[in-house]
Design a protein around this ligand. Structure first.
Ligand code: BGC
Length: 363
């Protein structure tokens, strides 16, 4: 009987060690060293990337990984390249990268590939590099379509003859997402521009003409100021009905210019955005910006972390799009998270009840 008990005890011990082993296998290599993950973010100057970086780091650490999180100053490409090179030489086993310029990372990523380090493009696709293994992002076309549809509904373009005046703003031309944001919005708006219900008085309708370098607030403000003076827009001048903006940092510059031109919440043009940055949510509550697109950075971070786990454990990551994102070397297997339109009518549910912000954050 004693012998049987001893055998059972041994078995229990062996099994519990095995279980421990499999628990920690997500965070330790076979040599027992902690696995290090490199996380490269584009800038500290925009709220969302700070949240993305914090969320990814916290979630990776909760899985037992060591994290090398770096921000490339304020969108400094050479800095991002150097930081990625250091992650590779510093022993990171997977890289998560939100590129500043989708075309600028081929050299460091060739080194990653050479070293057998998988690369997850985060939020923004990295172009023309066959080192990109997976892509985790939001449905970027849908972001633009939500913005375009908001304008269509707010102006009731189905029923109103118009014409309504609109100006178009998008983001950094080197950010591959811009093609999808701007393209998605135009999918919805172009038929109304073609039929003359929407009029772009400046005639500036191409991506190049509507771009905002580095998604910079001062730059969008300067362009809006120029449009105001060139077209005579103003509460007592030429009517401006709507402004398409691809994100919140650009929308904030547009808002500054419109407020300076005398617009108030009572006559403010319809204005779109993206990210639900605190400043823009405050502007929505103040009645200037009309909407933003909520992309829950916690969800995207969780998806990227799940990808890392699968890669380290030798499994196939969860993917839900294998058609849309060709980076010039072929289609990159992608996981798309869902963006949601946010207005004063649903911000409580989306932002407060979900714990994304407290009321004090946006007061
Ligand atoms: C992101 C947006 C962000 C913009 C500026 C884009 O690539 O998808 O969420 O507003 O960059 O940082």
């Amino acid at each position: 009987m004693k012998k049987v008990l001893a055998i059972v005890l041994c078995l229990v011990l062996v099994l519990s060690f095995a279980a421990c082993g499999s628990d920690s296998s997500s965070s330790s290599s076979s040599s027992g060293e902690t696995i290090k993950i490199g996380v490269s973010m584009p800038t500290k100057s925009l709220q969302r990337w700070n949240q993305d970086g914090d969320n990814i780091k916290a979630q990776l650490e909760a899985e037992g990984y060591e994290v090398d999180l770096q921000y490339a100053g304020d969108n400094e490409i050479p800095k991002q390249i150097e930081q990625i090179e250091n992650m590779i030489s510093g022993g990171c086993q997977v890289l998560i990268i939100a590129a500043i310029d989708g075309e600028s990372l081929d050299v460091p990523l060739a080194a990653a590939k050479e070293a057998g380090i998988p690369v997850i493009a985060y939020d923004r696709l990295i172009m023309n590099s066959d080192a990109v293994t997976y892509y985790a992002t939001f449905d970027n076309t849908k972001v633009g379509e939500l913005q375009g549809q908001y304008i269509v509904d707010a102006l009731d373009l189905e029923n109103q003859a118009g014409p309504f005046n609109i100006e178009l703003f998008t983001g950094d031309p080197a950010d591959n997402n811009v093609n999808f944001f701007f393209g998605g919005a135009l999918n919805v708006l172009q038929p109304y521009i073609d039929s003359g219900k929407l009029v772009v008085k400046s005639g500036q309708v191409t991506k190049a003409e509507c771009a905002t370098d580095s998604w910079n607030t001062e730059k969008s403000q300067a362009r809006m100021e120029n449009l105001i003076s060139a077209q005579g827009y103003g509460p007592n001048g030429t009517k401006l009905d709507a402004v398409l903006s691809s994100n919140d940092s650009v929308a904030n510059g547009i808002t500054n210019a419109l407020v300076a031109a005398g617009y108030t919440k009572d006559d403010f043009p319809i204005l779109t955005g993206q990210d639900c940055d605190k400043t823009s949510v405050k502007n929505m509550l103040a009645g200037t910006q009309s909407m933003s697109v909520f992309k829950d950075t916690r969800t995207l971070a969780a998806q990227a972390v799940k990808m890392v786990k699968s890669i380290i454990e030798g499994e196939d990551p969860e993917i839900n799009d294998t058609e849309t994102y060709d980076n010039g070397t072929g289609i990159i297997p992608t996981f798309l998270c869902d963006p949601v339109a946010c207005t004063v009518d649903n911000y409580t549910e989306l932002l407060i009840d979900s714990g994304y912000y407290t009321e004090a954050d946006i007061a």
